[in-house]
Design a protein around this ligand. Structure first.
Ligand code: ITT
Ligand code: NA
Length: 202
């Protein structure tokens, strides 16, 4: 019983796989990644929302493999930047996946703002597309605050500058298990696991 996880982001893949494996428990599913799919193209992510982009990725994965396909679209929404970088989070400073440049640009853009105006949320939308054509979306959010300089080297992306509400460490200072318990991705994928248990045969 195979399911495709359609992502090119290796650190994201590690999180998706870890959280989903944990949450699925006895409901056994064999996850495969895009590395195992031959000649998979680079997709234009033209959606205006995380949900649209997650569907673009999951539909293509399902179309090419015939497998039930899961895709994650996620990012950081900064209040003072009207929700940006949002769907542009992976390429905010120009080059796709340049985490350090992206987080530095966000820090520069809000450099003058006092603590009370440094609110931000991580958002994750996950799509599940089934071979028969059925489509599902689930999402999760982690609210928090942006610091003034990076701290910690766990996680990925904007984790070193983000401290979740109620936390005394950045997401990059948490263990993987601690991050999964409170992250946008952890919340979305625990919803997805419930959905999989309902719509996919064990
Ligand atoms: P795929 O589209 O192949 O899945 P991607 O990295 O391009 O990989 P997105 O378009 O969804 O994925 O962009 C997600 C970006 O949002 C990611 O590169 C990070 O900059 C940021 N991000 C998402 N989840 C994050 C997390 O848990 N911690 C820190 N930053 C995160
Ligand atoms: Na995206």
């Amino acid at each position: 019983n195979k399911v495709l996880l359609a992502t090119r982001n290796r650190k994201k893949l590690v999180e998706l796989q870890r959280i989903l494996d944990g949450a699925l428990g006895a409901h056994r599913i064999a996850l495969i990644g895009l590395d195992d799919v031959e000649a998979y193209p680079e997709l234009p992510e033209t959606g205006l929302t995380f949900g649209e982009n997650a569907l673009i990725k999951a539909r293509e994965g399902c179309r090419r493999t015939g497998l039930p396909t899961v895709a994650d679209d996620s990012g950081l929404a900064v209040e003072a930047l009207n929700g940006m970088p949002g769907v542009f989070s992976a390429r905010w400073a120009g080059r796709h996946g340049d985490d350090n440049a992206n987080l530095q640009l966000v820090l520069d853009q809000i450099a003058d703002l006092p603590d009370e105006h440094r609110g931000a949320s991580f958002v994750c939308t996950v799509a599940l597309v089934l071979p028969g054509g059925k489509e599902h979306l689930v999402d999760g959010r982690q609210p928090g605050q942006l610091l003034r300089e990076p701290r910690g080297d766990g996680g990925f992306g904007y984790d070193p500058i983000f401290r979740g509400d109620g936390q005394d460490r950045t997401n990059a200072e948490l263990t993987p298990t601690e991050k999964d318990a409170i992250s946008h991705r952890g919340k979305a994928l625990r919803e997805l696991a419930k959905l999989i248990a309902k719509v996919l045969p064990p």
